[in-house]
Write a protein that binds this ligand. Sequence first.
Ligand code: NAD
Length: 269
Amino acid sequence: MSQTAIGIVGAGGRMGRMLVQAVDNHPDAILQAASERYGSDLIGQDVGTLAGIGSNGVLLVDSPQTVFTADRVVIDFTVPSATLEHVKLAQENNSPMVIGTTGIDADGVAQLAKAAKSIPIVFAPNFSVGVNLMFKIAAEVAKALDGSADFEIIEAHHKKKVDAPSGTALGLGEAIAAAVGRNLAEVGVFAREGHTGVRDDKAIGFSTIRGGDIVGDHTAMFIGEDESLEITHRAKSRMIFANGAVRAALWVADKEPGMYDMGDILGLK
Ligand code: NAD
């Protein structure tokens, strides 16, 4: 089988470097191009060296348009504004995309959905196999306990994370809300302080912890009168996200235009 050509935008970031390693580890994938933001002092550096796998001859460029070609899948774990620019380049050049950037607002997600009419895009708040299984299990539990338990989500991440609650916590909330016919935009409670009044039975609450180097912990709590159930996932390394994203890139390379997520790739739908 021939190798799938990969481009990585934001390849100098925490996830970008993991992605470079994950592509290198996969026998069916080959890294062809990598970019960083304009003005970054990493421009011109060998991305393999930067990622700790030794020189691979792929130099970081600040011209993302050279990364997007029709025969390459581009993986993007950057920032919302950059991802929305990248998706335009993907459309112009017919490049399939794998997007892991979180914190993209509703308008931005609508732009991705529009682009997915002409190119295939895998967009997921979390690329780990365990978390995607957790989404499925939590939805089943919510269905079984609807009306007899309160649903709360707790997440903890490293202190450099810039968005809250995490995209994964929101994804978990969406999965639970959809399972019981609620709209997260209406029932989500994202902060509590002062005289909040009693808890609404339909609420789905979120609590956020930030500190140190926590890669990502998520707990879904189902709290009843005399018993409660908790489902917890702990990420121990960013490599789980990078490996999932490379798996998604290989999967999406020959797909029809559309918006896909990890549930499609893992056969969880
Ligand atoms: P990071 O800050 O270490 O890396 C982001 C990189 O993007 C930086 O190197 C930055 O310079 C680069 N960048 C910014 N603008 C750019 C542009 N216009 N062109 C090219 N590069 C650009 O952050 P991180 O921890 O690697 O996380 C990146 C994103 O991925 C965040 O949104 C994070 O929440 C998300 N994330 C998603 C998953 C998942 O499984 N979906 C897992 C981990 C992190």
